[in-house]
Design a protein around this ligand. Structure first.
Ligand SMILES: Nc1ncnc2c1ncn2[C@@H]1O[C@H](COP(=O)(O)OP(=O)(O)O)[C@@H](O)[C@H]1O
Ligand SMILES: [Mg+2]
Length: 318
């Protein structure tokens, strides 16, 4: 397993964010599949307890364990992990303090009522700390994973989630948590990491994409690409379509040329052209950010394995 998985995707930790519903989980999965081509091993991680990966691959809810969820032609594989903050804390305490049975007892009595008591900053450093551990893990002198892809929180929360040092500095000035958060902070600012933002060509997701890029840039976090998902090919190239042209076209095709048909088609063409113009101006706004952009097609059959493979090859070509 080489140091460079892919010249076009040189990072080893790929963080995928975007406005909710734009296709973060789908794109993260496709990227993990693509990067596993050529006999590589990748890890697809989720941190929000949604079991989005299990749903996408139609498997049982994922435990806190790295399990193979997909094989890739050429001998590659994708493993998946749903990181849970409570499990990550117990694992972490065990590593530093060798809690063993005490840790299990702690869990049993429910001493750590996570959902309600943990400070969000601590929770995030546990989650990102686990991601860092998987990214940097090696076994017998080889990296366990050629690449790790994180299905991350949405754009509205990504800055806070990744800015672990600032958040934990409020909680702890010394000790292992501080050390861990500094390690994560430097990983996220190194070329090992790349944060990609998924968007649709719609106003709100594009605005959130631009906001997230500005926020991450200010935090010095390594930015990757903008991934425009669900892009549709251009149907009409003209600036506008006249009714006379439509009528002529219908007649040539041997179709009805009554006023209702012509008016209906004209309205559809106009709506399409308006949408296309809006999409063009949104593409322009995204381009102004200076980030490299990739477009992924809208899959007519949805995001099944064949669809994911199609997105994976688009990503690897880009
Ligand atoms: N390129 C695509 N073509 C068709 N359907 C897609 C595509 N990308 C995502 N979807 C579908 O859109 C929905 C939202 O995608 P998902 O990855 O779950 O978004 P998110 O994780 O950002 O909330 C899902 O039903 C998914 O199958
Ligand atoms: Mg999701």
């Amino acid at each position: 397993m080489g140091e460079h998985v892919n010249d076009r995707w040189p990072a080893r930790l790929h963080v995928v964010t975007g406005k909710g519903g734009t296709g973060k989980t789908t794109v993260a999965a496709a990227l993990a599949l693509g990067l596993a081509e050529g006999g590589r091993r990748t890890l697809l991680v989720e941190v929000e307890g949604r079991q989005g990966i299990a749903q996408l691959f139609e498997v049982e809810p994922l435990p806190y364990k790295e399990l193979r969820i997909a094989e890739v032609a050429g001998g590659g594989e994708v493993r998946a992990l749903a990181v849970d903050a409570e499990e990550a804390l117990l694992e972490y305490l065990d590593m530093f303090y060798h809690l063993g049975a005490a840790g299990r007892a702690l869990r049993k009595v429910g001493a750590i009522d996570f959902a309600t008591t943990i400070a969000p900053g601590l929770r995030d450093v546990l989650l990102t700390g686990k991601v860092k551990e998987a990214t940097t893990r090696s076994h017998d002198g080889h990296r366990v994973y050629d690449a790790v892809v994180l299905d991350a929180p949405p754009t509205g929360r990504i800055g806070r989630f990744l800015n672990v040092t600032a958040e934990t500095a409020k909680l702890t000035k010394v000790g292992p948590i501080k050390t861990q958060s500094e390690g994560v902070a430097s990983l996220l600012r190194s070329p090992i990491t790349s944060v990609h933002v998924v968007t649709l060509l719609e106003e709100m997701p594009v605005q959130e994409t631009l906001d997230a890029i500005a926020e991450l840039k200010a935090l010095n976090i390594s930015l990757g690409r903008i991934i425009v998902n669900g892009a549709r090919p251009a149907l009409l190239t003209a600036g506008k379509v006249t009714k006379a042209e439509l009528k002529r076209g219908l007649a040539e095709a041997g179709l009805a040329t009554d006023a209702a048909t012509v008016n209906g088609l004209a309205a559809e063409a106009k709506a399409y052209l308006t949408r296309r113009d809006l999409e063009e101006s949104l593409r322009g706004e995204l381009a102004e950010s200076g980030r490299p952009t990739i477009e992924l097609p809208l899959l007519p059959g949805g995001a099944d394995r064949a669809g994911l493979d199609e997105l994976a090859s688009e990503l690897m070509r880009a």
